[in-house]
Unconditional design. Structure first.
Length: 346
């Protein structure tokens, strides 16, 4: 979700005029964050080595025994060892390129219409599984051009869909403020709203699709399907599990098209979740590493946005800033939560 997160987090940082002390402090925080990320990567590397390396060692030993067994049999049958090596190498290359032939099975090409439609969807959504990729120079060049045009267009369209989805979400937020505002603090209502959006996303983007994939894919368990949904909608796209890869899959092309639609709609849901999350200042971790603008110029046109919390929900009115601030008014101040913000002149 890198591009989507960047767009949702854009705060017009270039319009802020920080002091040298502010720059030093935020740089220090950023350095601590980068160091923490490095240690987080070390933890991930250590855990994955401990979990996955023993399984890989067992599989490698089994493969070596398998290869030695068939090499000895083929040598006794008169084959040269170099020919045997080329045979195994060709089988490996074909498998890596998604080509596999079994007895009495007619395989569909990777570049059939359904497969190509699915591949195009993984490109413009930046999921990019990598199990199927162009091998010709023309295909690689077209992929570059296709992504240069398609990714910004897709991001713009998905963002527009998220704006539509945020309308009923914000309406619900307003209802919660009106009905429960006298009982709970605003921050608590924001958390309730985020929890509601999270549950909807979990059910309709992860649990139900996982059950569907489990029923369709014969060799998938529920965890496999949920794992696929997660790595896809977070645009990680590892590619070790992709729906519709079985040659015996019925209606394979139609299945691939529906999966592409699921990916695009699921990304909208993830972007809505991120937008809702970033609406809560206490959960927006980005503010720890940048000089905060207080959101006053979110529209980028020099106007201030003032929040009116009456009538149950957040409403916004806009006022033009004075061209020059009155003398003696500081351009920055330290807020109570420890982050620098620019004052709102009213």
């Amino acid at each position: 979700m890198g591009l989507e997160m960047f767009q949702l987090q854009n705060k017009m940082v270039g319009q802020i005029h920080p002091s040298s002390f502010q720059i030093q402090e935020t740089n220090a925080r950023l350095g601590v964050g980068l160091l923490a990320m490095f240690f987080y990567l070390l933890i991930g590397a250590f855990v994955f080595v401990r979990i996955e390396a023993p399984r890989e060692a067992i599989e490698l030993e089994a493969y070596i025994e398998f290869r030695d067994y068939w090499t000895q049999r083929m040598v006794r049958a008169g084959f040269d060892e170099d020919e045997i090596d080329r045979l195994f190498a060709n089988i490996r290359d074909a498998a890596l390129n998604g080509i596999w032939v079994e007895k009495n099975v007619t395989n569909e090409l990777n570049w059939s219409f359904g497969q190509a439609f699915f591949f195009s969807g993984t490109l413009i959504s930046t999921v990019g599984y990598g199990n199927v990729a162009p091998r010709t120079h023309e295909g690689k060049l077209f992929t570059i051009i296709y992504c240069i045009i398609g990714i910004p267009l897709t991001l713009a369209l998905l963002s527009a869909l998220v704006v539509r989805l945020r309308q009923p979400s914000q309406w619900l937020r307003g209802v919660m403020n009106k009905k429960l505002g006298h009982l709970f603090h605003t921050a608590h209502l924001q958390l309730f709203h985020l929890l509601f959006v999270t549950v909807l996303l979990l059910v309709f983007a992860f649990l139900i699709p996982s059950l569907i994939f489990t029923s369709i894919e014969d060799d998938w368990e529920f965890l496999d399907a949920f794992y696929y949904c997660f790595v896809s909608l977070t645009t990680i796209g590892l590619g070790n599990q992709v729906p519709g890869d079985s040659p015996e899959q019925q209606f394979r092309a139609f299945y691939k098209v529906l999966t592409t639609v699921y990916l695009l709609l699921g990304l909208c849901g993830m972007m809505l979740f991120l937008a809702t999350l970033y609406d809560i200042p206490q959960l927006n971790l980005m503010k720890f590493f940048i000089i905060k603008d207080d959101g006053n110029d979110a529209y980028g046109d020099g106007e201030k946005v003032h929040i009116n919390r009456t009538n149950g929900g957040p409403k916004y009115s806009r006022q033009m800033d004075d061209e020059d601030s009155p003398p003696g008014i500081p351009t920055n101040y330290m807020s109570t939560n420890g982050f620098y913000q620019q004052p709102t002149i009213r």
